[in-house]
Design a protein around this ligand. Structure first.
Ligand code: FAD
Length: 321
């Protein structure tokens, strides 16, 4: 049975995050031939509508308002509720990002609907959508169906492959006029840290350092390798606790969950809490001077050696390509 699905396009620094295109691919399979409606919320966001259409959305609805220039759960919830009333979808898909994790449960609770979070696969069967999500730190997968109201879903970035962009695709981009009122908080200014380059949760390549990196300066060769590979730098909690790097880089059970194409773990022992955040990476390379380190149990390729010798050698080799 075909369904009508809505996808929230997530905007960061004026561009759509990749997970928005992955969400459209997920919505397409969930819609089973039905309509996929992209939604953009913000100020002056209309121009991004064609991107959503070229990646597979059938049409786009925008909600533009000065009070939506910065994300607030209150403002976005008002906008999304109006879109839901206007479009009357069967389900809504968000990225499993800070924004999606904040907004999707809020809307689902407001509408007494079911929510499945951190989904890595969507299948349609006999009227029901079946959502697959990892549990027990990625050791098992559960399949869920939603029996009540709309289906609210967040999808894990880097798992569902986006459709190939088709620049010839066209579709309607309409705007929904509404008042955004009585906001309980308004963001006046955003002071962001200096850009760390590629966004960790969406990076295709991650070079991560652990306590074996030994100092803040010890991260420099990892940054060099990440730069050559067009990737991001991550870290274990051991490295963050030792103040070698910022907690925003922490990967694991209490940090970010990542699934890059390539994860290079340098001087990381492979504690269960770290594996919870990276063991679903497509290819794992571990560099550790202890051949018994647990990280080698999940690695596809292991290098037993000193990371301060191995990482610069890898950088030099990749530089030649
Ligand atoms: P270590 O375990 O000290 O390992 C360092 C490794 O570096 C060793 O294997 C050593 O052989 C190797 N090494 C040293 N020098 C070199 C060198 N020159 N070259 C190559 N290798 C070298 N951890 C996380 O990462 N993420 C989490 O989200 C997280 N959440 C947690 C939640 C809870 C509730 C708890 C209790 C713990 C959590 N931890 C988490 C901590 C986790 O248990 C480990 O303590 C931590 O992951 C260890 O970090 P590490 O591997 O960098 O350090």
């Amino acid at each position: 049975m075909s369904k009508k699905m809505v996808v929230l396009g997530e905007i960061r620094e004026g561009s759509l995050r990749n997970v928005s295109f992955e969400a459209i691919a997920a919505a397409k399979s969930a819609a089973q031939g039905g309509e996929v409606v992209g939604v953009l919320v913000g100020q002056s966001v209309n121009a991004l509508g064609s991107d959503l259409i070229q990646y597979g959305a059938d049409r786009v609805v925008t909600v533009e308002h000065a009070n939506l220039a910065q994300y607030t759960s209150d403002g976005y919830a008002q906008a999304l509720l109006a879109v839901i009333q206007d479009v009357n979808p069967d389900g809504i898909i968000f990225g499993h990002t800070a924004l999606g994790k904040d907004l999707a449960p809020r809307l689902a609770a407001k509408l007494n609907s079911g929510l499945v979070s951190d989904v890595t696969r969507i299948e349609g069967a006999a009227g029901n959508l079946i959502f697959t999500r990892p549990i027990y730190s990625g050791k098992a997968f559960e399949k869920k169906i939603i029996t009540d109201g709309l289906s609210f879903v967040t999808i894990r970035p880097n798992n569902i492959v986006p459709l190939v962009k088709d620049e010839s695709r066209t579709g309607d981009i309409s705007s929904l006029k509404m008042e955004i009122k009585d906001l309980r908080s308004i963001i006046k200014e955003v002071v962001s840290k200096a850009s760390m380059g590629v966004d960790l949760s969406e990076a295709k390549v991650i070079v991560a350092g652990g306590r074996g990196v030994k100092s803040k300066e010890g991260f420099a060769p990892l940054q060099e390798l990440a730069k050559i590979l067009g990737g991001a730098v991550g870290a274990s909690r051991g490295a963050c606790d030792a103040d070698y790097c910022d907690y925003s880089l922490q990967i694991g059970q209490t940090g970010k969950v990542v699934t890059p194409d390539l994860y290079i773990a340098c001087g990381i022992s492979g504690a269960i809490q770290h594996l919870a955040g990276m063991s679903n990476s497509k290819v794992i390379v571990a560099i550790n001077k202890d051949s018994e380190a647990n990280i080698f149990n999940v690695a596809d390729y292991g290098i037993v050696g000193d990371l301060f010798e191995v990482v610069p050698m890898l950088t030099e080799e990749f530089r030649k390509l």
